[in-house]
Structure formats: C-alpha cells, structure tokens
Design a protein around this ligand. Structure first.
Ligand SMILES: C[S@@+](CC[C@H](N)C(=O)[O-])C[C@H]1O[C@@H](n2cnc3c(N)ncnc32)[C@H](O)[C@@H]1O
Length: 187
C-alpha cells in the first residue's frame, strides 16, 4: 500500500490497484456531473473519480473487476467523507439501473497482460463496454471515456457508432509517447 495526494484527495493505493495519473486527471478535467445526477463509474481503481463526482453531490455507483480496487475505493471514500456504492463487476455484469453519466478511464493498451492496462485482443473490453452501455445510459445521458492514441481512436469511435452512439472529443492531453483522448459519447 502507498499513500498519494491527488487533485486535493488524500488516497491509499492498495498494492494491485491503479495509481491515478494523467489519464485520471483528464477524466477529472472533463467531468461535468451535477448534484443529484446518477453516475456510474466503470473501472474505479483507487476510486478518486467516483469520489470527485460524489463530492459534487452526484449519486455514485462504481465498479471494478478487481475486488482489491473495490476495497481500496471504499476506504478512500470513507477517508474523504463521501458516500458511494462500490461493487465488483466485469463491466456491467453486476450493475443494475440507468444513469445520467457513465465514466470509464479504460484499460486502453491493445496488448498487455495486466487488466489494469490491457483492453484485450481487438480491444474486447471497449467493444463489450460499447455493446453494454445502451442498457444503462438514460436517453439524455452521456458516457465519458478516456483512451489513448495507442488504442487507435478511429477503431474505438466505430465501436460506439456501430452501437448507435455519437462520439465527440471532450478533451485531450499530450503525454510522452502518446496522446490521451477524453471522448463524450451520446445517443
Ligand atoms: C486505467 S485504470 C483507471 C482507474 C481509475 N478510474 C483512475 O482513473 O485512476 C482502469 C481500471 O479498469 C479496471 N478494469 C479493467 N477491466 C475491467 C473490466 N472488464 N470491468 C471492470 N473494470 C475493469 C482495472 O482494474 C482498473 O482499475
């Protein structure tokens, strides 16, 4: 476990959990959630994005495939004095209900062993996310998804378009060796 201070939040980062960095920062920069909105974060990691949304008065549910991330986010929500519901889930598998905003700082590398980084062969995690999103997004809702130039932006855009969504650019950030993209996805 390590301690971190990120964007005003004191955090404990459990050993197998993603430590927040530039991609997290980009998602926080484009986060436009309002008081009373229902927000779902997929891939919570340390929980910092969910915590920021809850601090703004949103009703937040967060999910991660890694049970350690769920425990880590619960701990960080408690120490930052916010309430949110966290659960273990492979994408939407254990999620119910519909949301005004769905957030996902996706594991975006096309190849890598570790699910923290890898979107799987043919970006299967992003493909499954695009397929499952419609069931959980309210008609006027939006998803905010962070990917990288290493993921292949056109391929990702097509995945969402194929599932009936429109994709626009909400923000981007250059980091050494890649550009991070914050996509806004709507029906
Ligand atoms: C890039 S990290 C983002 C963590 C955090 N949201 C942040 O911005 O710092 C991606 C997260 O997605 C989780 N993840 C990977 N595959 C997943 C899946 N199929 N379902 C749910 N979460 C998944 C990883 O465990 C990891 O916590």
């Amino acid at each position: 476990m390590q301690k971190a201070y990120f964007k005003g939040f004191g955090l404990e980062i459990f050993d197998t959990v993603y430590a927040p960095r530039e991609d997290t920062e980009l998602l926080l920069d484009i986060l436009d959630v309002k008081r009373g909105e229902r927000v779902l974060e997929i891939g919570i990691g340390s929980g910092v994005v969910s915590i920021a949304a809850a601090k703004r008065g949103a009703d937040v549910t967060g999910a991660d495939i890694n049970p350690e991330a769920v425990r880590c986010a619960e701990r960080n929500a408690e120490t930052n004095n916010v309430r949110a519901t966290f659960l273990q889930s492979d994408l939407f598998a254990n999620v119910s209900g519909t949301y005004d905003a769905v957030l996902f700082n996706a594991p975006y590398l096309p190849v890598a062993e570790d699910p923290i980084w890898s979107a799987g062969e043919n970006l299967e995690v992003l493909e499954r996310f695009a397929q499952g999103l419609g069931k959980h997004l309210r008609p006027e809702g939006r998803a905010l998804v962070v990917i990288s130039s290493l993921t292949g932006i056109e391929k990702v855009k097509k995945m969402f378009e194929k599932n009936g969504f429109a994709v626009s650019m909400a923000g981007e950030r250059k980091v050494p060796g890649e550009t991070l993209y914050g996509l806004r996805i709507e029906t």
